[in-house]
Design a protein around this ligand. Structure first.
Ligand SMILES: [Zn+2]
Length: 146
């Protein structure tokens, strides 16, 4: 799916509805102007408007499934949309956004922990290698709660 690639070539059009690049003969009349192929033009009006709304919603979502903070309020109207499918889709996108963000946070936390371990290990090796026992002892005493 050449998403975002709006090639203007003689060989066809991009149908926003099914997300396919299709040859000219798959479009006709209004279809050319509306960028809807013949197959999609035959869909029930409700299905067409659902897809249009979904397309508007998914414009707010990035490749990772995240919705930028600024774009999130734009999804609010869809949560109150008259079509149940639209409401459910908006909820799904928000859920997915929350999941991706949680995963990224977790990955970041693990990375921080791993880095911390490396730094501690380096510190330990440096202290072992230097053979200076005294300052470490002093530090240990300093930590005791009395
Ligand atoms: Zn189509």
């Amino acid at each position: 799916m050449g998403k975002g690639k709006r090639r203007r070539n003689a060989r066809g059009h991009f149908c926003w509805c099914c997300g396919r690049h299709r040859p000219n003969e798959r479009f006709g009349g209004r279809g050319h102007r509306d960028h809807v192929c013949r197959d999609c033009q035959r869909l029930p009006a409700e299905e067409l408007s659902f897809r249009q709304v979904v397309r508007n919603m998914e414009r707010r979502v990035d490749g990772d499934g995240r919705i930028r903070r600024k774009a999130r309020p734009r999804l609010d109207p869809f949560l109150k949309h008259s079509m149940r499918r639209v409401r459910e889709h908006a909820e799904k996108l928000l859920r997915q956004d929350a999941e991706v963000r949680a995963e990224l946070r977790e990955a970041y936390r693990r990375e921080e922990e791993a880095l911390e371990r490396v730094l501690q290990e380096e510190e330990r090796l440096r202290e072992e290698g230097s053979g200076e026992e005294a300052p470490i002892q002093a530090n240990c005493w300093a930590d005791l709660p009395f």
